[in-house]
Ligand binder design. Structure first.
Ligand SMILES: [Mg+2]
Length: 183
């Protein structure tokens, strides 16, 4: 990772569930009171805000496609999330989500790279060769690889790490460990 020479020209793409907040296994975060930051995440985002020029959240949210929550419900969650992060002097420049069902096969849903292209439309200076994708699942790593980014697995389960071997450049047990490593 030292050889990557990360500076303010780099962009960090971040998955949400399982990286920023606790994932609800077999379910969805549909309300703010179900949203729980993982330990060290606000502090991590403060560190990362100084390191990266842009920080973009890219999140598959098929709970919308399934009718379990609305776009407005998700917007309320993200507004609260951003307010809390700003309170810790962290920064997220853009939050993108895909409401599509997995079965739709939409390029806007990871591992499709539609959200990466949308981020670059908003911030044309984004260079995917100077971008990292950090996530906890195969679709995150494939999204990063498909867009030509470096990939970082955020995971504290050795079994998952083995299963995803070859899809990530480096792995950390949580976002805070990653942030400290590139501080
Ligand atoms: Mg995830």
């Amino acid at each position: 990772m030292e050889s990557w020479n990360i500076d303010r020209n780099w962009t960090l793409f971040l998955d949400r569930d399982g990286v920023i907040n606790r994932r609800i296994v077999g379910g969805y975060v549909t309300r703010w009171d179900e949203f729980e930051f993982l330990p060290g995440v606000p502090e991590a985002l403060k560190i990362l805000a100084k390191r990266f020029g842009r920080i973009i959240v890219v999140s598959n949210q098929q709970g919308i496609g399934k009718g379990l929550m609305s776009e407005a419900d998700l917007a309320l969650i993200h507004n609260s999330m951003l307010r809390q992060i700003e309170g810790f002097r962290g920064r997220i420049d853009l939050v993108l989500h895909s409401p599509h069902l997995k079965s739709d096969g939409s390029p806007m849903r990871k591992p499709g790279i539609g959200m990466a292209i949308e981020a670059k439309r908003v911030f044309p200076e984004i260079d995917f060769r100077r971008s990292l994708m950090a996530g906890d699942s195969e679709s995150d790593l494939l999204f990063g690889r498909n867009a030509g980014m470096k990939t970082v697995l955020i995971c504290d389960d050795p079994g998952t790490e083995d299963a995803l071997d070859g899809l990530f450049d480096i792995s950390f047990r949580d976002l805070y460990s990653f942030a400290v490593a590139i501080k």
